[in-house]
Design a protein around this ligand. Structure first.
Ligand code: HEC
Ligand code: HEC
Length: 341
């Protein structure tokens, strides 16, 4: 009975057909089983389960994708954990930036405190040259030359200004660890005092064209303006959630979840690496302060009061939730209508 139904079995040769028919009959059996399973699935009662299964499938897929990039987006936890483990030490930094502005004023009257009452940003240059000179010799001169004038492997640091030097040291980019890649942010090797000392030394080596270290006064910052300026000027590279993104030629815009207020202002005013520099002509001090407030408050500490927060997992996972509710709901309605027809 198997021979006529089996297209593979050569019916002309009965001796060789026996193993072939055994295989083909097994095939037929499994086909029958599959058919009966299909029938069972479309039996009216089980049919009710189908939309539920689809919804559960889409839902679990959405949840899975929410969990994976979610960690990266939410407060930069896993993004920071993946590249560096800076979250813990650097989140404590913002609190130390305030007192540190008083530190240089105790050693030298840099008088940043009195003027910060009204100005959105004040710029200062620390003066701790002797301590910085020896730190520079030990940690930087091997690449940047004995006084920071540059070498065949590293650029000239003269004239860059205090903000640039401070940014590269305080974000851990310098001393450079790996020539092959873009200098990455990592826990800084130096405390605030040492950082300011190195900055002082480099800046003392000649005239400076770059800005001093910005001290941002967030008291009168406008979060709404900060958000619109961020969307206009920063989101293209750093994404709307500040999670960061890859750029052309292997470069990347890092996550903004660990930078301090000073570092954000420094990045804006000095334009590190592939980032453009935003001068006073493009963004006023007040606009920079607004952006800094938006980054350090809304992006780094999102409160989910407006709209569905979904744990700050970002637009992709939110899209899956929309899929789950939208497509799942429509399928439920379609099956319900089909049942009544
Ligand atoms: C192993 C070599 C090396 C060491 C050590 C090193 N640097 Fe660098 N530095 C570089 C290189 C290479 C670049 C360019 C990297 C880039 O643009 O991404 C650079 C860039 C910089 C820049 C940015 C320059 C610019 O034009 O924007 C600053 C500021 C800087 N270094 C300061 C320092 C300081 C301060 C130290 C010591 C604490 C230091 N570096 C130690 C190799 C080094
Ligand atoms: C053209 C793309 C681009 C734009 C636009 C841009 N950035 Fe960047 N940003 C970068 C890149 C690239 C880096 C890393 C530079 C490096 O390390 O060499 C960076 C670094 C930073 C950092 C340092 C983060 C850290 O923790 O080390 C901050 C803060 C930052 N950007 C803030 C901003 C802000 C605020 C704006 C808008 C005013 C902005 N950026 C606009 C590309 C961009």
């Amino acid at each position: 009975m198997t021979q006529p139904t089996d297209p593979l079995a050569p019916s002309a040769d009965p001796t060789t057909s026996s193993p072939a028919t055994a295989v083909s009959s097994r095939k037929a059996m499994s086909l029958k089983k599959a058919l009966s399973l299909k029938k069972a699935l479309f039996r009216p009662r089980l049919r009710h389960l189908l939309p539920v299964l689809v919804v559960a499938g889409v839902g679990s897929f959405g949840l899975l994708s929410a969990v994976l990039p979610g960690g990266a987006a939410a407060a930069g936890t896993s993004a920071a954990a993946g590249t560096t483990t800076t979250t813990k030490p650097s989140t404590t930094k913002p609190s130390t930036t305030k007192p540190s502005t008083t530190k240089p004023s105790t050693t030298k009257p840099s008088t940043t405190k009195p003027s910060t009452t009204k100005d959105p940003i004040t710029y200062s240059t620390p003066k701790l040259v002797p301590e910085g000179a020896s730190l520079f010799q030990i940690n930087c001169s091997s690449c940047h030359g004995p006084t920071g004038g540059g070498s065949s492997v590293a650029p000239n640091l003269h004239g860059l200004g205090a903000a640039t030097i401070d940014f590269w040291i305080s974000t851990g980019r310098m001393p450079l660890a790996n020539f092959a890649t873009q200098a990455t942010e990592k826990p800084s090797r130096f405390n605030r005092q040492q950082t300011l000392a190195i900055v002082s030394y480099v800046v003392s080596q000649g005239p400076n064209y770059g800005p001093g270290i910005p001290h941002v006064n967030l008291k009168h910052a406008n979060l709404a303006d900060g958000e619109s300026q961020f969307v206009l000027n920063c989101a293209a590279c750093h994404t709307i959630t500040g999670a960061g993104d890859t750029l052309a030629d292997g470069a990347y815009a890092p996550s903004l979840h660990v930078a301090t207020a000073t570092q954000v202002a420094e990045a804006i005013r000095t334009g590190p690496g592939n980032m453009p520099r935003f001068g006073q002509g493009q963004l006023s001090d007040q606009q920079v302060a607004d952006i800094v407030a938006y980054v350090t408050k809304e992006i780094q500490h999102p409160n989910d009061a407006g709209g569905l927060g979904l744990g700050g997992v970002g637009p992709v996972a939110e899209g899956f939730v929309a899929l789950l509710i939208g497509v799942g709901g429509m399928m439920l309605i379609a099956f319900w209508l089909g049942e009544r027809a």
